[in-house]
Design a protein around this ligand. Structure first.
Ligand SMILES: O=C(O)CCC(=O)C(=O)O
Ligand SMILES: [Fe+2]
Length: 349
């Protein structure tokens, strides 16, 4: 049996990951079966030993709750316990209060303001063109945004990213090589209608042939879907302030049975318009300073252990802010799909 090459460089994290995937302790660190007579053990060993090419990479994690409103204790800060509550099963959506401190929230807002906020665009959508022909209620996104690049000297941001790694149980390396943090602000009337954070490869299988946007040079949002596809395995959304009224995050399709998705799309064609439909059967999260929510935009691929099919049920957005301002930060955890592992992330420096 070969040793996972990634693990050789990061053995602590890898053994932790292996423990998570191997709750019975069937395997040793090198994926050898400790109990050859146990069938599950053989299966797991075979899974990890699928060939040297898969073993180079650390498998992603995918945690599914048994139920909604299920509470679990998590430790992301030594000596402190946070409660994580599941909000949906498909995709798994989780909420954690007090994930950040007040100072961290204020710091991110100040850094964002200092870097200069500009009008948001949408993925593959030209907001300026939309704004000319539509009422503001129908414009897909009304907000300001900026990017905060991960800088090794920024202790506050790096401490948050360490916590994000523990929260999602994703390798810190993946987070380090992910896109910049996107900070977004909305004034009253601002919103972001239902969208996926990642490229929906269900729409067109050819999209899977495209490299990820974080490993190519074509980074204009308008190129998404032609030159590259977005590969955001997980989104961690941080709420940076208290909103006076409105500004909920809504997931209109979370836990929706597949067979009704067509129905909702036909009966309520504008269900993605969150100015009109914030509530109903949707999973709704109220913004609250210091809170984090996170969810999967993709499944885990069973063959490779890497990023798999996109999850249409991860569609979500920000409802209208009614009063006050809303500040959030998106931390996306990018994972390269198996067919594009050869080219590193542009953030891999
Ligand atoms: O503002 C929100 O609650 C959601 C933001 C969002 O989905 C995004 O920025 O991609
Ligand atoms: Fe989003």
């Amino acid at each position: 049996h070969q040793v996972n090459q990634y693990c050789e460089r990061d053995s602590d994290h890898c053994s932790e990951l292996l423990r998570l995937e191997d709750p019975h302790g069937y395997l040793d660190k090198h994926f050898k079966c400790k109990y050859p007579e146990v069938a599950e053990c053989q299966q797991m060993a075979a899974f990890y030993d699928t060939g040297p090419e898969y073993q180079r990479y650390e498998h992603v994690t995918y945690f599914e709750p048994d139920d909604v409103d299920e509470e679990s204790d998590i430790i992301v800060v030594p000596g402190k316990t946070h409660t994580m509550i599941s909000k949906a099963i498909y995709p798994p959506i989780y909420e954690v209060e007090d994930f950040l401190t007040d100072e961290e929230c204020d710091y991110i807002i100040e850094r964002a303001k200092a870097s200069g906020m500009t009008q948001s665009g949408g993925l593959g959508v030209n907001i300026n063109v939309e704004s000319q022909s539509k009422t503001s209620e129908d414009v897909s996104r009304i907000s300001q945004q900026t990017l905060l690049y991960i800088n090794e000297n920024d202790k506050v941001v790096n401490s948050i990213l360490d916590r994000v790694s523990k929260l999602t149980r994703m390798p810190r390396k993946y987070i380090q090589e992910s896109e910049a943090i996107q900070v977004v602000s909305y004034e009253a009337g601002g919103h972001y209608h239902g969208h996926m954070d990642t490229t929906d490869t269900d729409l067109d299988e050819d999209l899977e042939e495209l490299p990820c946007c974080h490993q190519t040079q074509c980074q204009s949002d308008l190129d998404v879907g032609s030159c590259c596809r977005v590969c955001r395995y997980i989104t961690v959304l941080l709420y940076l302030n208290d909103v006076d009224e409105g500004g909920e995050t809504a997931f209109p399709l979370a836990d929706f049975p597949d067979k009704y998705i067509q129905e909702i799309a036909t009966e309520t064609p504008d269900f993605t318009n969150l100015s009109k439909h914030c509530g109903g059967d949707s999973v709704i999260v109220k913004p609250k300073k210091r809170k984090a929510i996170w969810w999967y935009n993709h499944e885990k691929d069973a063959d490779t252990g890497l990023i798999g099919a996109s999850i249409p049920h991860s569609l979500h957005g920000g409802c209208d802010v009614k009063k006050g301002t809303k500040w959030v930060a998106n931390i996306w955890i990018n994972v390269l799909p198996y067919n594009h592992w050869d080219k590193p992330s542009v953030f891999n420096v």
